[in-house]
Design a protein around this ligand. Structure first.
Ligand code: ME8
Length: 519
C-alpha cells in the first residue's frame, strides 16, 4: 500500500450559489489533480461543502425550511456545479453527513480527554455575521469595526477553548524549517510575521446551543455545539478516516469507519488549496489541532488570491458578479478553465473583465490553438487524404523543450507557467505553417517530400499538445485525439513523446475546436 497524492480544496459555505472565486479554486485544484495523475501518481482529490453555522441556520429560516432541507437543496446545485466544471474529485464531503459528524465527535472526545480544552467566560464584542469574537485591536483608527463584520454586538458567554499558545514557538520553528509548507513565499512570510508579532489567543471551539443549534453537539457537553472551524477543518481527515485510512484511524479510537480499505493511504495531505482569507485557519490553527491529535502536518498549503470584476469587489447587491455557469453555457467549460488558469497565477489577486476573457478566447484559443489544429488536420486531409506521412523530426527539439519545461512547472503547481510554456509550441507550430507555406508546397510536384515532412511535424505537434493540455482543457484534448483518430487517450503525460503518430495512420475528420464568435 503506497500513499496516494492527496489534494483538497476549501469546503464552501452553502449559503448561496457558487461564484467565480469558488469555481477558480476548484478548477486549479482539478488541474493539479489531473496533472499528477497524468504524470503517473495515484491521486485522491477531495472537495465539498461546509454546511453548519449561524449563516446557514438564518438563511434556512428566511426560506422557511429546516437547515437540513435547505442544505440538501443547495448541495444538489453544488454537486451539479462540480460536474459542470469537469472536476475529477474522488469524494465529496458534506459536513452534515453522519460519517463526518461521528468523526468530529470522536476527535473532540479525544482532545477533551487529553485536557486540550477548558471553559472560560468571554465578555466583549461579537460579530454574528462573521461568527467571530472581536477585540479592541480589531477597531479601525476611527474607532469603528470594518463593515465586513456587519452589526457588532456586546456579548457575555461561557464557552470551550482550545489551548494554542503553548505551540506558538513550535509552529514558528516548523514553518521556518519547511519553506514549502506555505506557498507562495509571501504568504509564508505573512504567517511568520503574524506569529512573531502576536501572542496567540486560544481558539473558541463551541457555541451555546441556545444561540446556535445548527452544529455538531459536543460529545462531552450537551448544551453546546462545535464552532464552524473545528468542524470544517476536520473534513480533511474525516474523509480519509471514513475510507479506513490507517494513519488517521490510529489516533482516533472510538470511530468506526463503515468500510475499511486497507489499500487506501491518504494522510498527510500533499496540498490543501485555499484562498488568502482563510490562511490563518489553515496555517496556524489547523497545524496545532493536528499536533494535539498526534497527526503529521499536511505537506503544503497552497494559497490563491481573490478575483475581482472590473477592478471592484464582486457583490450580488451591486450586480457586479461573474456567473461561471453562464460563462460556461455560452463559451464552453474549457474556455472558462483556460481563462482563469492562464490569466491568474496562484497567489496574487485577479481581475475578471469580459473584454479580457473574449480577447484570450479569440487570440489564444480560436486563432492560436484552434487554428493550428484545424489547418494542420485539414491540410493533411486535403493533400494526403488524411494519411500520416513518414516521421520527420524538425519540430521535435522545440517539442522536447516544451515537454520538459511543462513537466517541471506542473510538478511545482505553476499552472500559469505551464500554459505559457505550452503556448510556445502552439506559437512555434503556427509560425512553422507560415514559414513553410504548405499550401504553396502543395502546388509544386518537386516539393512532395517537403510537404510530407511539414505535415508530419504539424500533426504530431497537435498530438503532443493534446497530451500537454489534457489537465487544463480535457474536452479539447479529447477532441484533438478523436480528430487525429489517435490510439489511447491524452491523459498520460508519457504519451507526450515525439513520434507517436505512425506513417500510414489515417486521421479522422477535422472540426473547429473553438468557433469564432463575433464579439
Ligand atoms: O471560507 N476569489 O467558505 P467560503 C477567489 N467554509 N477565491 C474566493 C473568492 C474570490 N472572490 N471568494 C471566496 C469558507 N473564495 C469556509 C472554508 S475550509 C475547511 C472552510 C474562496 O465559501 C475562499 O478563499 O467563504 C475559500 O478558499 C473558498 O472560496 C470557500 O470560501
Amino acid at each position: 500500500m503506497s500513499k496516494m497524492f492527496y489534494i483538497t480544496t476549501a469546503i464552501d459555505y452553502v449559503n448561496g450559489q457558487p461564484h467565480l472565486g469558488h469555481a477558480y479554486e476548484k478548477v486549479i485544484t482539478d488541474v493539479i489533480a489531473r496533472a499528477r495523475r497524468s504524470l503517473g501518481q495515484d491521486v485522491f482529490f477531495l472537495t465539498g461543502l461546509d454546511e453548519h453555522g449561524q449563516k446557514v441556520q438564518q438563511a434556512a429560516q428566511a426560506e422557511g425550511k429546516t437547515p437540513q432541507a435547505y442544505c440538501d437543496g443547495l448541495a444538489a446545485d453544488w454537486l451539479a456545479f462540480a460536474q459542470k466544471l469537469e472536476l475529477t474529485n474522488n469524494d465529496f464531503v458534506r459536513t452534515t453527513s453522519a460519517r463526518h459528524k461521528e468523526f468530529v465527535q470522536a476527535i473532540l472526545a479525544k482532545l477533551h480527554a487529553a485536557g486540550e480544552f477548558y471553559t472560560a467566560t468571554y465578555k466583549g464584542f461579537y460579530s454574528p455575521k462573521e461568527e467571530t469574537f472581536l477585540t479592541e485591536k480589531d477597531r479601525r483608527p476611527d474607532g469603528t469595526f470594518d463593515p465586513a463584520y456587519g452589526q457588532v454586538i456586546e456579548l457575555e458567554e461561557t464557552n470551550y477553548w482550545f489551548k494554542l499558545q503553548a505551540h506558538q514557538q513550535w509552529l514558528i520553528d516548523y514553518i521556518e524549517a519547511n519553506p514549502s509548507f506555505v506557498q507562495p513565499d509571501y504568504r509564508r512570510n505573512e504567517v511568520l510575521g503574524f506569529l512573531k508579532n502576536n501572542t496567540l489567543e486560544d481558539l473558541c471551539i463551541s457555541r451555546p446551543l441556545a444561540r446556535l443549534n445548527w452544529g455538531i453537539p459536543l460529545p462531552f457537553d450537551k448544551d453546546y455545539v462545535t464552532y464552524v472551524w473545528f468542524d470544517a477543518l476536520v473534513n480533511y481527515i474525516s474523509v480519509p478516516a471514513a475510507h479506513g485510512d490507517a494513519a488517521v484511524l490510529a489516533t482516533t479510537s472510538g470511530y468506526q469507519p463503515s468500510t475499511i480499505n486497507s489499500q487506501l493511504s491518504l494522510w498527510p495531505a500533499d496540498i490543501h488549496v485555499i484562498g488568502k482569507d482563510i490562511l490563518k485557519f489553515h496555517a496556524v490553527f489547523w497545524p496545532i489541532m493536528l499536533k494535539a491529535m498526534g497527526l503529521p502536518l499536511p505537506k503544503q498549503i497552497l494559497v490563491h488570491g481573490w478575483w475581482q470584476k472590473d477592478g471592484a469587489k464582486m457583490s450580488k447587491s451591486t450586480g457586479n458578479v461573474v456567473d461561471p455557469v453562464a460563462v460556461i453555457n455560452e463559451w464552453g467549460v474549457d474556455a472558462f478553465r483556460f481563462y482563469v488558469v492562464r490569466e491568474l497565477a496562484i497567489g496574487p489577486d485577479g481581475n475578471w473583465t469580459d473584454a479580457g476573457f473574449k480577447s484570450r478566447y479569440q487570440a489564444e484559443l480560436a486563432n492560436g490553438l484552434g487554428n493550428l489544429v484545424n489547418r494542420s488536420l485539414s491540410m493533411l486531409k486535403r493533400y494526403r487524404n488524411g494519411i500520416v506521412p513518414t516521421r520527420h523530426d524538425e519540430l521535435a527539439p522545440d517539442a522536447a523543450k516544451v515537454i520538459a519545461d511543462t513537466k517541471a512547472l506542473l510538478e511545482q503547481s505553476d499552472l500559469q507557467g505551464a500554459l505559457q510554456s505550452i503556448w510556445q509550441l502552439v506559437n512555434r507550430a503556427n509560425q512553422y505553417v507560415d514559414q513553410t507555406a504548405p499550401f504553396k508546397l502543395a502546388k509544386d510536384p518537386a516539393q512532395t517530400q517537403r510537404l510530407d515532412e511539414v505535415l508530419y511535424n504539424l500533426v504530431e505537434s497537435c498530438r503532443v499538445l493534446a497530451v500537454l493540455l489534457y489537465p487544463f482543457i480535457p474536452q479539447t484534448a479529447a477532441k484533438i485525439f478523436t480528430q487525429l483518430n489517435a490510439s489511447g487517450t491524452p491523459d498520460k503525460f508519457s504519451a507526450a513523446t515525439w513520434g507517436g503518430l505512425q506513417a500510414g495512420h489515417a486521421i479522422g475528420d477535422p472540426a473547429p475546436l473553438f468557433p469564432r464568435k463575433d464579439v
